[in-house]
Design a protein around this ligand. Sequence first.
Ligand SMILES: [Zn+2]
Length: 325
Amino acid sequence: MLSIWFNLKNSQNQLPQLRKEISWIKDVPAQALQESIKRLDKAYTSFFKNGGFPKWAKKGRYNSLTFPQDVKSNQVNTFILPKLGKVRVFKNRMPNGKLKTATITKECDGYYLSVTFESETKNKYPTDKNQAVGIDMGITFFCIDSNGQFVENQRIAKKYEKQLRIANRSLSRKKKFSNGWYKKKVVLSKLHRKIARVRHDFLHKISLEYVKNNSLVVVEDLKVKNMIRNKQLSKHIADTSWSMFFDMLSYKCRNYEKDFVKVNPQYTSQTCNSCGNVDKANRLSQSQFKCTMCFHETNADENASKNILSEGIALVRQREALACA
Ligand SMILES: [Zn+2]
């Protein structure tokens, strides 16, 4: 499929010759080179699939190196990597399991080593099969669940808005590529990283809480990307990072042997969870819900999250029935 532009096998076969011809290539671990070629192949594959041309790596943009095998560790705080030898690391927690890969990443304030371990997944948080939750993502609140819990939004971008503005301004006052400019650039990068870490922390805590306490977690299958194009909602959605939250729920459910289901969001906000009546007029306002048939009155988002849960349970039953048939 890729033979016109780029061929993975061919390029991998050319490596030994290249190593003879170009002196500095010898200093790079062979596996790391193979890994770079694989990344290029991935870029081209996604180009043919999605139509986005791969970005040419600028100097400074490509800042990580992956070792797919032969990563060892013989004592606390030390890893042994091919070609590089002993690498001492700080502030680590050594997990149990078999060492798989290592990646060195250059960040604004130094080098970071991330390693992957193979371990047996165990359900650390066993829950009753009936413990299930439906989650409705919100704008005023981060999310509302079927147990009636309203999770507050963090508004991270707003909190750091002023600091970001100051850092951006002082960077723009410096002469480009001067020493002062590089210093201010590090300050700005660190601030961006801080914001990302605060956001990650928030999402990790909430997602773990849901996975810990339930056997089934249900969310709406929102086409997050489409919604981001809608300008009114965009800033909030980007800010609250829904898709990242869904990814975390998904992999945590997989790790702890729980079920994670996405359901069709159509009608979840218009259906009465008490009697099943579907009517646009059920929803009085953004937050108020009153059924036109049974007059059941509730918070609109809480009603939606209960519908999400019902749909999820129905979907799981359907799957189980299919698996048995
Ligand atoms: Zn009703």
